[in-house]
Design a protein around this ligand. Structure first.
Ligand code: HEC
Length: 107
C-alpha cells in the first residue's frame, strides 16, 4: 500500500452513521461507559481519587453539573480523563454529551 489510512476504525470514518446517541440512558449506557473506561475503579466511594466519586447517579451528577466531567473527557480545561490514557472513543464522548444535553436524567 502506498497510502495508509490515518483512521483506525469505522467509528472515526463514519461518525454519523455508526454512532447512535439519541435517548441515552444513565443505567443502560452512561454507567457502563464509565465502568468500561476504568473511571469507576479510580473514582469510587471507597477511594475517590482526586476527591471525585463517580459511583452511582447522584455522585456523577455533581461532576456533570459543575461541567468538570465534560471538560475532563474532552481534555479541555480540566484534568484530562481517563487519567494518563488516550481520549475516549469519540462516539462514547458523544453519548455522554448527548445524555448531558438531554438533562443528565437518572433514567
Ligand atoms: C488511574 C485512575 C483514574 C482513572 C482511570 C480516571 N481518573 Fe479521573 N481523576 C483521577 C485523579 C487522580 C484525579 C485528580 C486530578 C489529577 O490528578 O489529574 C481525577 C480527576 C477527575 C475529575 C475532576 C477533573 C477536574 O479537573 O476537576 C473528573 C471529572 C474525572 N477525573 C473524571 C474521570 C472520568 C470520566 C474517567 C473515565 C473516562 C476518569 N476520571 C478516569 C484518576 C483517574
Amino acid at each position: 500500500m502506498l497510502f495508509s489510512c490515518k483512521y483506525d476504525n469505522e467509528k472515526d470514518l463514519y461518525p454519523d452513521n455508526s454512532c447512535i446517541t439519541i435517548d441515552m440512558s444513565y443505567n443502560n449506557n452512561i454507567s457502563t461507559i464509565l465502568q468500561d473506561y476504568g473511571c469507576i475503579s479510580c473514582h469510587n466511594t471507597i477511594n475517590p481519587q482526586g476527591g471525585v466519586n463517580l459511583e452511582g447517579y447522584v455522585q456523577t451528577k455533581i461532576w456533570v453539573d459543575n461541567s468538570r466531567l465534560a471538560k475532563s473527557i474532552n481534555h479541555n480545561g480540566a484534568s484530562p480523563m481517563p487519567k494518563d490514557q488516550a481520549k475516549m472513543d469519540s462516539c462514547d464522548i458523544k453519548k455522554i454529551e448527548s445524555w448531558i444535553s438531554d438533562g443528565a436524567r437518572n433514567n
